[in-house]
Design a protein around this ligand. Structure first.
Ligand SMILES: Nc1ncnc2c1ncn2[C@@H]1O[C@H](COP(=O)(O)OP(=O)(O)OP(=O)(O)O)[C@@H](O)[C@H]1O
Length: 391
């Protein structure tokens, strides 16, 4: 298990990670999400002992990485697939890593087979495509047959077949009881791969929950209702009945209605009571991408001037809360708001009570202290040093 407690990292005046506490448990794939620059790589580097925390700690199996006995056999990681000696053959690259960690050479051939690089094992990695480089990085992570695996953007550059392969690999590693922690910006892929999510924004924890809860917590579910196109009066009658019963009704461009605040069976009963025929009554369930976009709206640092998220905001049904800005450490901005998950009192199809300020989990949170210069020396990987020894 990976456990972070109060993890904070400052680079000079920049607070990259602030007061992050979470656990990554074995047996499931845990996705690590956050906008560009939110601190994912910094967190992974601290987990791997490549950066020292300014405050707090992170342990693997109870030890900080640098104190972990035989760390390369216990933890494997893909951080930057390009961080290889380009003039070295793929097999030699892995052989170097294996020898540094006391891993037998036959394991190198095994992992080359697992990632499908046997045919190019004796080719220099500088000629590798992005996807081949990713596969080589994954092979390096698997080398020590570790119980804990970290992957930073593992599907970057992979073709659809490669993406499917990585998805199945992650799942099978987790099914073997390993701890699998994987960052990605591909929401559709994460939805298919991960069971649990840790989401950060501007270095702070936004969510630590199952994918299912994350979607229901951060999306405005609604019902889609459609009456016969041939009879506009039916639509008006239904709108009146639903509104009178406390629902919020919004017309959709295709003639349907978007209804919030009423459960589906109640909508059906009200339509029946008003003598209105329905051509459609269906729940709309948000995708992980929609939920993620909603949650992180206030935490995006880099955004095109042409991207006002207009489409996303227009799609919110009546009564849905817009996401206020995420507080930035040291800047005292108002907090974000998300309704509670269903098992904590939230109701599908009904917006929660209270105001964003009431529910602001940061309202009482201490502001981070003024940034101090980092005490963390950059550690560089020594694994690529001695090719001659590997030959
Ligand atoms: N060595 C460093 N020195 C100074 N600032 C740094 C350093 N490393 C990271 N940062 C800053 O810390 C913040 C978090 O960066 P990080 O790379 O961890 O984000 P990320 O979530 O991995 O981003 P991306 O999704 O784009 O890879 C960024 O503002 C980045 O500029």
């Amino acid at each position: 298990m990976i456990e972070a407690v109060g993890l904070t990292k400052r680079y000079g005046a920049k607070t990259a990670v602030y007061n992050l506490s979470f656990q990554v448990r074995p047996g499931t794939v845990t996705g690590f999400l956050g906008p560009n620059g939110s601190g994912k790589s910094t967190t992974m580097r601290m987990i791997l002992g490549l950066d020292a925390p300014s405050q707090g700690q992170v342990t693997i199996g109870g030890y900080p990485y640098r104190k972990l006995p035989n760390a390369p056999r216990q933890v494997g990681a893909l951080l930057d697939a390009k961080a290889v000696h380009g003039g070295r053959h793929a097999r030699n690259h892995l052989l170097c890593l294996a020898q540094l960690s006391g891993i037998p050479a036959r394991r190198v051939d095994e992992v080359l087979g697992v990632v499908g690089l046997q045919e190019v094992a004796r080719k220099r990695s500088k000629g590798f495509s992005l996807g081949m480089g990713q596969r080589l990085g994954i092979a390096a992570a698997l080398l020590g047959d570790p119980q804990v695996l970290l992957f930073d953007e593992p599907v970057n550059g992979l073709d659809p077949e490669g993406i499917l392969w990585v998805r199945n690999l992650m799942k099978s590693l987790a099914a073997e009881g390993r701890t699998v922690f994987v960052s990605s910006h591909l929401m559709s892929e994460m939805a298919l791969t991960a069971e649990h999510l840790i989401v950060i924004g501007r270095g702070q924890l936004l969510a630590d929950m199952s994918v299912t809860d994350f979607i229901s917590t951060n999306s405005a579910d609604f019902a889609r209702v459609r009456t016969p196109d041939t009879d506009p009066q039916q639509r008006e009658k239904l709108t009146a009945a639903l509104t009178e019963a406390g629902g919020q009704v919004m017309p959709e461009q295709d003639g349907g209605l978007r209804v919030t605040g009423l459960p589906l069976p109640r909508i059906s009963d009200l339509a029946h009571g008003a003598d209105v025929r329905l051509w459609e009554l269906s729940p709309h369930q948000a995708s992980l991408e929609e939920a993620y976009m909603r949650m992180t709206q206030g935490a995006v640092d880099y955004r095109s001037t042409a991207d006002q998220r207009a489409g996303l905001q227009q799609q919110l049904p009546p009564g849905a809360m817009p996401q206020p800005q995420l507080p930035v450490p040291g800047q005292g901005q108002p907090g974000w708001y998300a309704p509670p998950p269903p098992q904590q009192g939230g109701q599908p199809f009904a917006m929660p009570q209270g105001t964003p300020a009431d529910a602001n989990p940061y309202a009482a949170a201490p502001q981070p202290p003024a940034a101090a210069p980092s005490a963390a020396p950059e550690m560089t990987k020594s694994a690529t040093d001695n090719e001659d020894a590997a030959r």
